[in-house]
Design a protein around this ligand. Sequence first.
Ligand SMILES: Cc1cc2nc3c(=O)[nH]c(=O)nc-3n(C[C@H](O)[C@H](O)[C@H](O)COP(=O)(O)OP(=O)(O)OC[C@H]3O[C@@H](n4cnc5c(N)ncnc54)[C@H](O)[C@@H]3O)c2cc1C
Length: 317
Amino acid sequence: MGTVFDGLLRPTIAAASRSEWIEQTSQRWTVTEKVVRRFVPGESLPEVIRAIDDQRRDGLTVTVDFLGEDTIDEAGADATVQAYLELLDAMPVPASTTGEAMEVSLKLTAVGLDLPDHGHKIAEENARTVVEAAHRRGVLVTIDAEDHTTVDARLAIVRALRADFPGTGTVLQAYLRRTEDDCTEFAASGARIRLCKGAYAEPPAVAYPGRRQIDDSYLRCLRILMRGNGCPMVASHDPTMIEAATILAGEFGRAPDTWEHQMLYGIRSDEQRRLAATGARVRVYIPYGGQWYGYLVRRLAERPANVGFFLRALVSG
Ligand SMILES: Cc1cc2nc3c(=O)[nH]c(=O)nc-3n(C[C@H](O)[C@H](O)[C@H](O)COP(=O)(O)OP(=O)(O)OC[C@H]3O[C@@H](n4cnc5c(N)ncnc54)[C@H](O)[C@@H]3O)c2cc1C
C-alpha cells in the first residue's frame, strides 16, 4: 500500500518539478545551493573533474551525467552533445590494464528525443556522436531511463547503437510492469543493464503502485539479469537489494568484475565505500551542470526526510 507521502506529497512534488515559476525562483535562491550541493557537486567541468577524482581516491568508480532533459530545440540538443564531447575530452581515463572503465550517462530527451518531426532520428544521431567519441576514449555510455512514454523509442535506439557498440548500456525500471520482459531480452543479448526502481510518477496502468510490488519486481528482474550473459548494474541504495545482489552473484558464480553496485552522488556515501572495501565494484552517478532542478526534485520526492533537509536549509539559510 502507498504511504501518505506516495499519495499526497509525491504528486505535489512531481507537479512542482513542472512549475517554471518555482524552477526560476529556486534557482535564484542561494540557500538552495546547500541542498543542491549535497546531490550535485558543481555546475562546471573543473568542479565535476574534482568530484570524479575524489570518488576514485575512495576506491569508487564513476558515471557522469551532464544535467539536462526535455530539450525543446535542436540548438539545445547540439549544446548537450558539445558538453558531452568536452566532458569526454577532460575525463581522467585510467589505463586499460587497471580494468576500471569510466562511464557517462546520457538522457535521450536532452539530445532531442522529444523534438517535433524528427526527434527520434535526431536523438539517435546525437547519441551515436557521443557513443563514438566515448568509444575512442575507452569510456562506456549508459542511456538513462526517463518516463514510460519514452521507453519504446529509447530501447529501439539502444538496440541500434549496440549493433555497432555492444558496450552501450541502458536502464530498466523495476516499477514498470513490462520490465521483466525487457530484462529477459537484454540479459540474453549480453547487455550492460542498470536496474533501478524508477523515479518518475507513473500511472498504475503501466507501473506497480506499491513499494512492496516494486521491490518484488526488482528482485525478480535482478535474478534474470544475474542469470544472464550481460553486466548487471545494481542501481539501488536499498539494503535488501544490495544484499540480494551479492547473494545472487554468488549463486550464479559471477566474478566481481562482471557486475557492479551503483549509487547516486551524496546518497549513502559510507555504504558506497564499505562495499568497495569488500572488493565489490561500486560506481557513483555524478550529475553536474546548471540544469539541476528536475534531478533535485526527483531526489526530494524519493525520500520525505530530504524535504525536511530542504526546509531546514531554507530556515537556517
Ligand atoms: C546509479 C543510479 C542511476 C539511476 N538512474 C535512473 C534512471 O535512469 N531512471 C530512473 O527512473 N531512475 C534512476 N535512478 C533512481 C532510482 O530509480 C530510484 O528512484 C532511487 O535510486 C531510489 O531507489 P532505491 O533503490 O535507492 O530504493 P529506496 O527504497 O527508494 O531507498 C532505499 C534507501 O536508500 C536511501 N535513499 C534512497 N533515495 C534517497 C534519496 N533521494 N536521498 C537520500 N537517501 C535516499 C534511503 O536510506 C532509503 O531508505 C537511478 C538510481 C541510481 C542509484
